[in-house]
Design a protein around this ligand. Structure first.
Ligand code: AMP
Ligand code: ZN
Length: 448
């Protein structure tokens, strides 16, 4: 039985084998930018690659897999949040408060979703030296140039730039915005390093630049994967939105710096998550954090609901789906479910997962086990991260709904729209949909 994984790079399902069996399987997944609670879309890659990690550990042994997922702790959004939240502190200190708090919240959330911690969780700010080293190599080898205290990767120097995203440079240039930064030779050239503005965090710059600067986003992942997995490794994952430009640019940096034909062998991308048929966004009021969902649903139910859809398909996140997931899990895991029992993936379920992580097929096999072999069902559930019987079913607390609606009206009256939107989001996460009527009243219903 072979593991077959769909590779975005070749657009084919390929038989998987580690590049260097002696080093085991090496996997890198792009992690969160830590400035706020992660949303339910962010939970998708975390859960999907956790299932893959568990399957790989089952196949190659616990010591046979190294899973690295980074923490992005350099970002404009972090700086802005820090200045807003701790205006009286020096910015660097405020940033540390924000990133440490958010990282802790992220861990609490994904732990509750039954996800194992990766073997290494590197932070960008702890790998600035490696980033500078990579950038120096790229400049020395003629793949990057310095202009106005920026360092840019020159995409024209790489013949197959665009291979992952399957776009040609000509097409990309045609689609590029008219206004091009003055320090760029080509509109598609991307930033490896940029000067820090006064007050922003800054580090000594590479390539002879004398003023302090900070790294671009893409270089972080090239540096951290290199440090912890080597110049080339087996699997690189993330959401489908990362294919371009993030992963394309990671490939450009790493391959050119190391003169290597590949960065990672297998590129895997999860499809996008939308909520009740709509793109999730703050302006639509359907933005749901993992934390909000965990207030109302056991982590196991959220995890199971995510896995009912194959990872490459788009997923429509609904309250109805959560209710069905609750019922299924509750029927499988009786009062006597023993969290500490044996954990082992049954052969039929393993077989389904070996086919590009086909979790819907695996769930069909779990349904079959529920009828034929409850012991195997329990041990497979535990092995797949379902440790506890889901205890409570979500119920709408009408007193709380009414109080929130009142608070929202109050916020709208005082024109505090950020707060009124936040309250709408909170209600939405409880499954409550608001309707503002023409006569000024607000009514609500439970989404089904
Ligand atoms: P970000 O913090 O935006 O870089 O996202 C962290 C991870 O979550 C990346 O792998 C994204 O591709 C993924 N992601 C973000 N939004 C969604 C979504 N709506 N559905 C699925 N994955 C998402
Ligand atoms: Zn990345």
């Amino acid at each position: 039985m072979e593991l077959r994984l769909y590779n975005t790079l070749t657009k084919e399902k390929e038989v998987f084998a580690p590049l260097d069996p002696a080093r085991g399987v090496r996997m890198y997944v792009c992690g969160p930018t830590v400035y706020d609670f992660a949303h339910i879309g962010n939970a998708r890659p975390v859960i999907v690659f956790d299932v893959l990690y568990r399957l790989l550990r089952h196949l190659y042994g616990e010591g046979g897999v190294k899973y690295v997922r980074n923490i992005t702790d350099v970002d404009d959004k972090i700086n802005a949040r820090a200045a807003q939240e701790y205006p009286d502190l020096p910015l660097n200190e405020a940033i540390r408060f924000v990133t440490e708090k958010t990282e802790r919240q992220f861990h609490e959330d994904v732990d509750a979703l039954g996800c194992l911690r990766p073997d290494v969780e590197p932070r960008a700010t702890e790998h600035i030296r490696e980033m500078r080293d990579l950038i120096d190599r790229l400049v020395q080898a003629g793949f990057a140039y310095v202009e106005q205290d920026h360092v840019l990767f020159e995409v024209g120097t790489m013949p197959d730039y665009g291979r992952l995203a399957r776009r040609s440079l000509d097409e990309m240039e045609a689609g590029a915005r008219v206004e091009v930064a003055p320090y760029k030779r080509n509109p598609m050239d991307f930033v490896l390093w940029k000067p820090s503005k006064p007050n922003e965090p800054g580090w000594p710059s590479p390539s002879g630049i004398t003023t302090p600067g900070r790294p671009g986003w893409h270089i972080e992942c090239s540096a951290m994967s290199w440090k912890h997995l080597g110049e080339t490794f087996d699997i690189h994952g993330g959401g489908i939105d990362l294919v371009f430009p993030h992963h394309e640019n990671e490939i450009a940096q790493s391959r050119c710096a190391f003169h290597a034909p590949i960065m990672a062998k297998t590129w895997m991308h999860n499809g996008f998550l939308q909520v009740e048929g709509e793109k999730m966004s703050k302006s639509l009021g359907n933005f749901i954090t993992i934390r909000q969902l965990l207030n109302d649903w056991p982590g196991e139910v959220i995890r199971f609901n995510m896995l009912r859809t194959h990872y490459r398909q788009p997923i429509d996140w609904t309250v109805k789906g959560l209710e069905e997931s609750f019922d299924t899990l509750a029927s499988w895991m009786g009062d006597d479910f023993n969290a500490g029992g044996e954990a082992k993936i049954a052969a039929s379920v393993q077989y389904a997962l070996l086919d590009d992580l086909n979790t819907p097929a695996a769930i069909a096999e779990l349904h079959a086990l529920a009828k034929s072999d409850p012991v195997a069902l329990g041990s497979t559930l535990r092995a797949l991260g379902f440790a506890h019987r889901p205890e409570s079913k979500r119920t709408v607390d009408t007193g709380k709904v009414d109080a929130l609606i009142d608070a929202r009206l109050e916020a709208r009256r005082s024109k505090n729209f950020a707060e009124s939107d936040r309250i709408r989001d909170e209600l939405k996460a409880m499954g409550v949909v608001l309707k503002d009527n023409k006569d000024g009243t607000t009514t609500w219903e439970v989404a089904r």
